[in-house]
Write a protein that binds this ligand. Structure first.
Ligand SMILES: Nc1nc2c(ncn2[C@@H]2O[C@H](COP(=O)(O)OP(=O)(O)O)[C@@H](O)[C@H]2O)c(=O)[nH]1
Ligand SMILES: [Mg+2]
Length: 339
């Protein structure tokens, strides 16, 4: 059982040493632990420090590609390196490395494919009330879209089984946290959450420069992801709103038409017609988006199979062949080694 702990980094020279020092060196049920950092165009010598600290693998981009792409590059590298379980953590030592055994336990026990560390956000001191509210809202949307019970969807402290990692495809540019849970939920993988501890805040977030930026980016990500994974529901909700408003205006027109003067309220009639036509168009868009979604699922299946061929086949070919079936070894004598 090989565990690779991956750490996405953007200029983390100041905190990387402490983060790595806090990682466990041994975990019951795990034979090998390796570290991998994704240095996403850092200019402060993060990679050099990582090498000095004995990090086993470094994925380095000459230019910043963003956390989501960095995360996926790490996942791909871990699969290629033969990881059975992958743990993702932050380089600012935000999450307590001592909780990694707790995080991987449900995967080792075969109870989960994706385990998300729950920071119990209500009690985290470093979070502003706005961030807490948005975090709660984001987690609720993710639970709705994924049919899972993850309380802290934006947590980057996760354990991922090889099976779940082979199925991960992040399309969002900005962050991987929400999308990966939705994908796992929709693929009917077992998603679990365990309470974990966090360390005191070391620095401001690298992902957001200000609260309005946080609101804008997270809001857009949540809407986009929900529409992407539940297109019919999202489009039909908008269509229903347009339909109900159009119908109400249409009723208003008919009411006045039959009870008062027969010539007035033409504006209501025009607006009602426009809204009803729009409702129809949006509903048709929903059907089209649903068809595109079905296509994406097929593509995901193809990519998953390709990954298996690319990453699992060489492993299987490199492994010694199983002993050829033959007569059972006689008692007291060991069987001859197979070729
Ligand atoms: N690969 C990559 N990692 C990033 C980028 N921005 C932030 N990170 C890393 O992602 C992790 C989370 O970032 P952090 O600033 O702690 O975000 P927060 O925990 O949401 O406040 C840290 O390990 C960062 O070094 C980026 O553009 N690319
Ligand atoms: Mg952090």
């Amino acid at each position: 059982m090989k565990l690779i702990i991956q750490i996405p980094c953007l200029n983390e020279r100041l905190t990387l040493r402490e983060t790595i020092a806090d990682l466990p060196r041994e975990i019951p049920g795990v034979d090998e632990i390796e570290l991998l950092i994704i240095d996403d165009g850092s200019s402060d010598g993060t990679s050099e420090l990582a090498r000095e600290l004995g990090v086993h693998h470094i994925v380095r981009f000459p230019q910043n590609r963003g956390l989501a792409r960095g995360f996926m590059a790490g996942i791909d590298a871990c699969l290629k390196l033969g990881a059975d379980v992958i743990v993702n953590t932050d380089a600012d030592n935000q999450y307590s490395g001592a909780d990694i055994p707790k995080l991987v336990e449900p995967i080792l026990a075969g109870r989960a494919d994706l385990v998300v560390g729950d920071r119990q956000v209500e009690s985290v001191e470093g979070f502003s009330p706005t961030k807490k509210k948005l975090q709660r809202f984001g987690s609720w949307v993710v639970r709705l879209a994924s049919n899972t019970e993850v309380p802290d969807a934006t947590s980057g402290f996760r354990a991922i089984s090889r099976e779940a990692a082979t199925r991960m495809f992040v399309v969002s540019e900005f962050s991987y946290t929400l999308e990966t849970i939705i994908q796992a939920g929709q693929a009917h993988l077992a998603v679990a959450a365990v309470p974990i501890r966090t360390n005191p805040k070391k620095r401001e977030s690298r992902l957001f420069k200000s609260i309005p930026q946080y609101l804008r980016r997270s809001g857009a990500t949540i809407v986009r992801i929900y529409t992407m994974y539940k297109p019919l529901r999202a489009f039909l909700a908008v269509a229903a709103l347009l339909f109900l408003t159009g119908s109400a205006l249409g009723m208003r027109f008919l009411y006045y038409h039959f009870t008062e003067d027969k010539t007035g309220h033409i504006q209501s009639l025009i607006l009602a017609s426009i809204l009803l036509v729009c409702a129809f168009i949006v509903a048709v868009f929903g059907l089209l988006a649903d068809l595109v979604g079905a296509n994406r699922k097929l593509l995901e299946d193809v990519v998953q199979r390709l990954r298996r061929v690319e990453y699992d086949l060489p492993r299987r070919l490199a492994a010694p062949p199983p002993p050829a079936p033959g007569p059972a070894p006689r008692e007291g004598k060991s069987s001859p080694p197979s070729a």
